[in-house]
Design a protein around this ligand. Structure first.
Ligand SMILES: [Zn+2]
Length: 166
């Protein structure tokens, strides 16, 4: 009688079964075969395409997500009436267009176009205007702050009520 050794438990057996245990192909005894998946010719074919489709779906999701966020961000970032906001803030500060333009190191014609909403200021100009005029030109920023503030306020209120009861 010919004996073979089970690759899993090392037992001498007369019959070995080809199985896959945790992704490793092994020749094992019938006892150990219970822990694995019987190796079949069809198995790789079935397993193969699924991860690829899953990967592609994942990639498509990954590609789609940041772009959606970015598009959304671009639309929502700058307030719609940024021009009026800048003009009002500038007038409040008692500055002429020329004075403000000099302070932010931009041309008066550009500032004039921005103030009349004919031109969207780029990120650099937005941050300079925000700093110089003490205004917020990004719509989502005050929203987040407002949400945080109101959350804190309600918490404080709840705390006060709780405190009074106690
Ligand atoms: Zn075994």
């Amino acid at each position: 009688m010919i004996f073979m050794i089970c690759e899993m438990c090392g037992k001498d057996v007369t019959f070995l079964r080809k199985v896959t245990i945790e992704g490793v192909a092994l020749e094992v005894c019938s006892e150990c075969a219970k822990f694995g998946v019987e190796a079949k010719k069809e198995a790789p074919k079935e397993v193969g395409p699924k991860p690829i489709i899953a990967q592609r779906l994942e990639q498509r999701e990954k590609r789609g997500r940041p772009r959606d966020v970015l598009e959304k961000g671009e639309k929502e970032d700058l307030v719609e009436d940024f021009g009026a906001l800048i003009r009002t803030a500038r007038e409040h500060a008692g500055m002429t267009q020329k004075e403000l333009a000099m302070k932010i190191n931009e041309r008066v014609t550009i500032l004039s176009k921005i103030e009349s909403n004919q031109m969207r200021p780029d990120e650099k100009v937005i941050s300079k205007l925000q700093r110089e005029l003490g205004i917020v030109l990004k719509e989502n920023v005050p929203d987040v702050v407002a949400a945080k503030e109101s959350a804190r306020a309600s918490l404080t209120l709840a705390d006060h009520i709780k405190m009074r009861k106690e």
